[in-house]
Design a protein around this ligand. Structure first.
Ligand SMILES: N[C@@H](CCC(=O)N[C@@H](CS)C(=O)NCC(=O)O)C(=O)O
Length: 195
């Protein structure tokens, strides 16, 4: 099984953490998103990572689907609860974290594209949204204490923000929580790195 990914992608990180937690062997294939390979475009017409390619050539995307696929393997579901309330609580956190990541990517892209004259209103609105998301995380930190896909997704989003928008680091209780979860081996092995 191959995972087409980048080392900085928080979406791919969720899948990598699940594979590590479940000892699922994954061949990691580093993709260049500035110059998308034919392999990536053949596997996923939208050219996004992560994309999972099974041994029989079947492709699986996007990251929430890959996470559910990986968690269903080996007859051992450990990252997404099976009971309905538990499952939807975790999937809600994942959706929240993925949207937080998307906001951060949009802010980062705007600053990279227009370093001198970025749209200040757009940046201010996006940063305010990230601030509100941090408050929500802080107010609900007690819901992120059991290790499963929910805290993995939230910590992956925060890890990306720390890399790309370092002036928006989490603080206080959320920072302490983030430091603890970042030390878990599967999280430590997947800390985003600039390529
Ligand atoms: N909803 C998708 C989002 C994936 C995504 O946007 N990945 C980014 C990298 S972090 C990407 O592939 N960007 C390239 C592009 O949008 O062309 C998922 O959860 O997998």
């Amino acid at each position: 099984m191959k995972l087409l990914y980048t080392k900085t992608s928080p979406y791919a990180r969720k899948a990598r953490v699940i594979a590590l937690e479940k000892n699922i062997p994954l061949e990691l294939v580093d993709e260049d998103l500035q110059k998308k390979s034919q392999r990536l475009l053949d596997a996923n017409p939208l050219g996004k990572v992560p994309t999972l390619v099974l041994d029989d050539g079947t492709t699986v995307f996007d990251s929430p689907v890959i996470c559910q696929y990986l968690d269903g393997l080996n007859g051992q579901v450990i990252m997404i609860p099976r009971d309905i309330p538990g499952r939807f609580e975790v999937l809600k956190w994942e959706a929240f974290a993925d949207d937080l990541t998307a906001s951060a990517i949009n802010l980062y892209r705007e600053k990279v594209r227009h370093p001198q004259d970025f749209n200040k209103e757009f940046i201010a609105a996006g940063e305010a949204g990230i601030g509100r998301a941090y408050t929500y995380i802080e107010n609900n930190l007690h819901r992120l204490q059991i290790f499963n896909l929910a805290p993995v997704a939230v910590a992956s989003a925060i890890g990306y923000i720390h890399l790309r928008l370092p002036h928006l680091k989490v603080q206080g209780d959320v920072q302490q929580w983030f430091e603890v979860i970042s030390k878990r081996p599967s999280m430590a092995q997947t800390i985003p790195a600039v390529q």
